[in-house]
Design a protein around this ligand. Structure first.
Ligand code: FAD
Ligand code: NAD
Length: 405
């Protein structure tokens, strides 16, 4: 009898969790599992702000996919997905096609520019290893060029971060630690460097605990960050950005580096493949299948699930993507075997910790608020836990964060 074929697209948190849980749940002869990913490595998206600022080398945030999959049960294909043809049950890759019986779409998210002019062309986003490496190199280039040029362009040393959500704040935490090092490395006067954070909402980290936000703002301001709150980015230009300060007041900010960190949308493959989506995210059924498709699961940043208590979507996080991977693997095993109970997915939110650099953070975990070293310790525990859940103790030993003090 032909074995059913499960194709998992994306080896991020959701995809790898599905693959590693499914490989444990099924026997070699029960199913064919194929994992497809753009690169032959997985990267910890949750550490990319560190690689982008240059406080952690990008090789520390990635590991080979072959290290965590059981090659007897899971085949890996390095390839880029262009589109899904759900009618013919086919995945179109840039250089070929794959057929599936069951499909898991775990392709993550993409930077959301809300159609704001010039951002795609002139701003960077923290989305993968390639973009992180580019941001780090670009900032260093600006410092080196400023030092070497005769007619100094001071704006080279201005770094603007658009959006004071968790990504923007975590990046600024790392950047404000990195800038003094860069100043020493390139013999640049620290007083010349500007780190600006432009946030449209009336507060930093909108919706997060006000006391913790106050702590974060004070800590980052101490390290040289200036916040422009209630200020929306309206345009990206080759010279920097244009912001709106009230109804009609526009201001140009010249900056050598603009990092756009104002939210994400689902992977573009979703809309291209004809799934009904909101900002590229599919509102999935409780069992994580796409509405109208018995054979397609969508998890992670490309899936949308509603928090019924507040009637708003859960924010897309690694925490949820990994939990969805577990449920998805369970449900696939039930479908493959034709026995057992399909599970509904319910997120189990253990907390949120936002790093403010190497040794500082804010967070709420297991209902308790924390700041400083304690919160930073918790963040590293969370980082190590995600490695453990996918690759066990070997991966934690190899890639884990042990700089607790
Ligand atoms: P990802 O983990 O992004 O994986 C997607 C995979 O698909 C990648 O391997 C990618 O290469 C691959 N892929 C994409 N497109 C294609 C294609 N066309 N073809 C083939 N392969 C493709 N969440 C938390 O819970 N805690 C945190 O502390 C936290 N910190 C964060 C810090 C930063 C700087 C950022 C940017 C995000 C952070 N998040 C955090 C959010 C979290 O990283 C995401 O929610 C999570 O990565 C989503 O997991 P995923 O499996 O959907 O996608
Ligand atoms: P976000 O949506 O959480 O925050 C984006 C911010 O950009 C918001 O504060 C928004 O008001 C602002 N913004 C939007 N348009 C703007 C404009 N035109 N001008 C200025 N500001 C504008 O997005 P994010 O920070 O990229 O996070 C993405 C997801 O990843 C979220 O779900 C987040 O929870 C998760 N994440 C979690 C962590 C963590 O748990 N430590 C860290 C990073 C990201």
């Amino acid at each position: 009898m032909r074995k059913p074929k499960v194709v998992i697209l994306g080896a991020g948190y959701g995809g790898l969790m599905t693959a590693t849980k499914l490989q444990k749940a099924v026997g070699v002869n029960e199913v064919e599992i194929l994992l497809v990913n753009k690169n032959d490595y997985h990267y910890e998206t949750t550490w990319l702000h560190e690689a982008s600022a240059g406080t952690l080398h990008h090789d520390r945030v990635r590991y080979n996919i072959s290290e965590v999959i059981d090659r007897n049960k899971v085949d890996f294909i390095q390839g880029t997905v262009s589109e899904i043809n759900t009618k013919e049950k086919k995945v179109i890759l840039e250089d070929g096609e794959l057929e599936y019986d069951y499909l898991v779409v775990a392709l993550g998210g993409e930077s959301e520019t809300f159609g704001i002019k010039g951002l795609k062309e002139h701003a960077f986003s923290i989305v993968n290893v390639d973009s992180a490496r580019q941001i780090r190199e670009h900032i260093e280039y600006q410092f080196a060029t400023y030092k070497a040029e005769e007619e100094k362009k001071e704006e080279r040393l201005t770094i603007v971060v658009g959006g004071a959500g968790f990504t923007g704040i975590e990046f600024l935490g790392e950047l404000s630690n990195r800038v003094p090092e860069l100043c020493r490395e390139y013999d640049v006067d620290p007083n010349k460097v500007k780190m600006l954070c432009v946030e449209a909402a009336p507060t930093v980290l909108p919706g997060f605990d006000a006391e913790l936000v106050k702590y974060a703002v004070a800590q980052l301001e101490k390290k040289g960050v200036t916040f422009m709150i209630g200020t929306a980015v309206k345009e990206g230009t080759p010279e920097g950005i244009i912001v709106a300060k009230g109804e009609d007041e526009l201001e140009e900010i010249k900056a050598g580096t603009v990092v756009w960190a104002a939210g994400i949308r689902g992977n573009s493959v979703i809309e291209k493949s004809g799934f009904e989506a909101m900002r590229g995210r599919v509102k999935v059924q409780p069992d994580l299948r796409a509405p109208g498709y018995d054979d397609v699961f969508i998890i992670g940043d490309s899936a949308l699930i509603i928090n019924e208590e507040i009637n708003r979507p859960y924010p897309p996080t690694a925490q949820i993507a990994m939990q969805q991977g577990e449920t998805c693997a369970h449900n696939l095993a039930v479908l493959i075997r034709g026995k057992g109970e399909i599970q509904s997915f319910t997120p189990d939110i253990k907390g949120t910790v936002c790093s403010l650099g190497e040794d500082d953070a804010i967070g709420v975990a297991f209902g308790k608020k924390m700041v400083g070293g304690k919160a930073s310790f918790m963040k590293k525990v969370i980082d190590n836990r995600s490695l453990y859940m996918i690759g066990g103790p070997t991966l934690v030993f190899k890639k884990g964060k042990f700089n607790f003090l």
